[in-house]
Design a binder for this molecule. Structure first.
Ligand code: GAR
Length: 212
């Protein structure tokens, strides 16, 4: 008897363009992942990424942070919206909000983020500007499990790109984004296939996981 893979469900959070979300959705489709993309949720109703999700027939929701007077209230509303879809995994794909500890703890071990730098270098915003100012020769992207520490947490995957003398923030960002679109879908797929987990703060990746 052929063993069918367990079907998993994910919710993807975005704040804007949504190109990482799109890369994940397209990889799930073309590689036939055992996954249901239950919803794409944004904290901004004008996120262009919502249009792509709708075109794909994916449920969308908006939980607008500006409708809430405190971070705690917003996170609680967001959690209620996410949990309405009962996801196995929550994916932060360009979700540009600082999250409260109760929110992060609620999704411990099932909350992945992508950050456009080689963490622990350059947390926060304007990472490409930070990299150019620091004069680093290598820059890149990191997929990590989310912990209450902003842009920190157990690292799942990283990809590096050279920083060229001729780089502007835009050219560097474009080269990093290409890598984001490569490593983030891989990491999400590992989780979906049960090949990626977090145990006592340490990342475990199954030896059979296709390398990035
Ligand atoms: C991406 O570069 C992502 O790494 C970054 O926002 C961009 C969103 O682009 N995330 C962070 O800076 C999180 N700290 P996208 O909406 O096209 O995926």
């Amino acid at each position: 008897m052929v063993k069918m893979p367990t079907m998993r469900s994910i919710v993807i959070l975005i704040s804007g363009r949504g190109s990482n979300m799109e890369a994940i959705v397209r990889a799930a489709q073309t590689e036939n992942w055992p996954v249901s993309i239950a919803a794409v949720i944004s904290n901004r109703s004008d996120s262009p990424g919502l249009d792509f999700a709708r075109q794909q027939g994916i449920a969308t929701a908006v939980v607008a942070n500006r409708d809430y007077s405190s971070r705690e209230q917003f996170d609680e509303a967001l959690r209620t919206s996410i949990d309405g879809f009962s996801p196995d995994l929550v994916v932060l794909a360009g979700f540009l909000r600082i999250l409260t500890t109760p929110f992060v703890d609620h999704y411990a071990g099932r909350l992945l983020n992508i950050h456009p730098s080689l963490l622990p270098s350059f947390p926060g915003m304007a990472t490409h500007r930070q990299a150019l100012a620091a004069g680093v020769k290598l820059h890149g992207a990191t997929v990590h499990f989310v912990t209450p520490d902003l842009d920190h947490g157990p690292i799942v995957a990283q990809a590096a790109v050279p920083v060229l003398d001729t780089d502007s923030e835009d050219t560097l960002a474009a080269r990093v984004l290409e890598q984001e679109h490569r490593i983030f879908p891989r990491a999400v797929r590992w989780f979906i296939e049960g090949k990626l987990s977090l145990n006592a703060g340490r990342v475990r990746i199954d030896a059979s996981a296709e390398q990035v």
